[in-house]
Ligand binder design. Structure first.
Ligand code: SAM
Length: 315
């Protein structure tokens, strides 16, 4: 459907849980804990998908928290992929344990994966994720490529942490058929609000004049894509802070605890659980009205810090 600004909202970011087996330094604080009890079950997720499809959603990305911590993930994927209207079904994951499940996930209908990997150095990776195993990520990427699935790698650049690995990540896109996307740090944690920690896409490009711009893979994608000579993959820059793309934003988010959030960079949310559980006949109108009133733009540049951590919203 179109909102009051005429934006075509057809892309659903569906967070399945706020639980995560990692605690990335830019995503949440070390002391945070999660409440599994708030999650929507398969029946509620189906109710929600029925409404979303009626409202014109054609593209779904599963996220979290970490979607792989849901034991019923394969069933959820099977349910979502069963809608003929859904043309694109992907998942964002930290890939811990992905390689053991990728085949079942693919068979259930998952088409693409976005894998977070902020360092190619085991020690740094472990530090940035507070406990992750880099080898698991590499195995997951390998397994997804063997399944012939499109793989995108998300790298959140943090100054003086992993910005000395930019060249290595660019080399990865040259050698392998993967898109590496550098993401600007957003204000979702104490670290995320430190503007001097943010590495801008334009800074990376100044150091790499050999990269040349290419047309986006699809209209209104948030990343600006580049390539180099003999590259098998692409380099993408997602610059939500320095380059707003709100004008073309086509996204709707459902948080891990069933709230509709119409803008990543604004705290207003509509709790859908009462409508899923007690007043289902009102669900469609409530969602439709919130979608129609999607905020014009995010508030990142106004000293904004999100009230909830990224794992609670769904990145
Ligand atoms: N657990 C999964 C993962 O690690 O990919 C999915 C959830 S995670 C919240 C989704 C994406 O949000 C990841 O690519 C992560 O790097 C990104 N993200 C989280 N906090 C961020 C922040 N403060 N700034 C920019 N990106 C962030």
């Amino acid at each position: 459907m179109r909102d009051w600004m005429g934006r075509n909202l057809h892309y659903l970011r569906l967070s399945l849980t706020e639980r995560c087996n990692l605690k990335c330094i830019y995503c949440r604080e070390e002391t945070d804990f999660c409440k599994a009890k708030q999650e929507l079950n398969l029946r509620e997720l189906t109710q929600l998908m029925n409404v979303m499809v009626r409202l014109g959603v054609t593209k779904v990305r599963l996220t979290g928290g970490e979607p792989l911590v849901r034991k019923d993930l394969e069933q959820i994927i099977h349910m979502v992929s069963g809608y003929t209207q859904i043309q694109d079904l992907s998942m964002t994951t930290n890939a811990q344990g992905l390689c053991d499940r990728i085949q079942q996930l693919h068979q259930a209908g998952l088409q693409r994966v976005n894998i977070s990997m902020d360092s190619l150095d085991q020690e740094r990776y472990r530090r940035m994720t507070r406990g992750g195993d880099l080898q698991q990520v590499l195995n997951g990427i390998d397994a997804a490529l063997r399944e012939d699935m499109q793989v995108k790698i998300n790298v959140v650049l943090v100054r003086s942490e992993n910005d000395n690995e930019i060249d290595d990540f660019i080399a990865l896109a040259k050698e392998y058929p993967v898109d590496v996307r550098f993401i600007e740090l957003m204000p979702f944690s104490a670290l995320g609000t430190q503007n001097d920690q943010r590495v801008l896409g334009s800074d990376v490009l100044k150091l790499h004049p050999e990269l040349t711009a290419v047309a986006p893979r699809y209209a209104s994608q948030p990343s600006e894509d580049y390539t180099g000579t003999d590259f098998k993959g692409r380099i993408g820059f997602i610059n939500p802070v320095s380059h707003k793309f709100c004008k073309n934003c086509n996204r709707v988010r459902i948080t891990g605890d069933g709230r509709l959030r119409m803008c990543l960079g604004r705290d207003e949310e509509t709790d859908l659980r009462p409508y899923l559980r007690q007043y289902p006949e009102q669900l469609y109108d409530v969602v439709r009205s919130a979608m129609y009133h999607k905020p014009e733009k995010h508030a990142f540049e106004q000293a904004y810090r999100a009230a909830r951590a990224m794992n609670q919203i769904g990145g």
